[in-house]
Design a protein around this ligand. Structure first.
Ligand code: AR6
Length: 193
């Protein structure tokens, strides 16, 4: 399968973070931290959560057990086990229940709290999956807008941050295209015709 990748950097004076969108498997990333789209138990599951625990080995689950779960919208850190990363930041996105159950605020919190946990560990590079957009059923266009705007706004003009580069690692061309549209808008990329 063709791998898609696109890099966004600030134009002079705008001070937006460097963001890379790509298709691929987040468990293979060579970054300081990856974010896991977990559930409140932090004891594993399917989707990206299952993939991270499978690839990372039992060490991550052992550490998760000690964390005693994680409320929706918050984030907690373990080591990276057998993965290339130093840390896995486990966050819990909202289950989508029609849009009137505080889902947007909770999804924004999941991204923001993950970035905060990353900063506390002094990570320079961090990779996110498409939180809540799988089993949890968040409509993808909306979820991609929340993801991209929340991360860009959190890091915009921020001097006191360790984070230099953020990756969104996505399954499938469709998901890539959602992120591409919103990031083109945020970074003011002009369409070349
Ligand atoms: N790398 C990158 N993206 C992936 C990978 C991977 N290895 N595997 C799946 N995805 P989901 P959620 C994509 O369902 O909606 C778990 O059971 C996937 O295609 O993993 O937040 C947890 O334990 C989709 O686009 O997370 C929770 O119970 C995106 O990752 C629940 O699922 C997120 O899909 C959380 O649901």
């Amino acid at each position: 399968m063709k791998m898609l990748k696109k890099k966004y950097q600030s134009e002079q004076g705008k001070k937006l973070p460097e963001i890379v969108i790509m298709t691929g498997d987040i468990t293979q990333m060579d970054v300081d931290a990856i974010v896991n789209a977990a559930n409140e138990s932090l004891l594993g599951g399917g989707g990206v959560d299952g993939a991270i625990h499978r690839a990372g080995g039992p060490q991550i689950l052992a550490e998760c057990r000690k964390l005693k779960g994680c409320p929706t919208g918050e984030a907690k850190v373990t080591s990276g086990g057998n993965l290339k990363v130093k840390y896995v930041i486990h966050t819990v996105g909202p289950i989508y229940r029609g849009g009137n159950h505080n889902e947007k605020a909770l999804l924004e919190s999941a991204y923001r709290n993950s970035l905060k946990r990353g900063e506390e560990q002094k990570v320079k590079t961090i990779a996110f999956p498409f939180i809540s957009a799988g089993v949890y059923g968040y409509p993808k266009k909306e979820a991609s807008e929340i993801a991209a705007y929340t991360v860009a706004d959190f890091l915009r003009d921020k001097e006191d941050t360790s984070i230099e580069k953020v990756y969104f690692v996505l399954f499938g061309e469709d998901n890539f295209t959602f992120f591409e549209s919103v990031l083109d808008e945020i970074y003011g990329v002009k369409e070349v015709k």
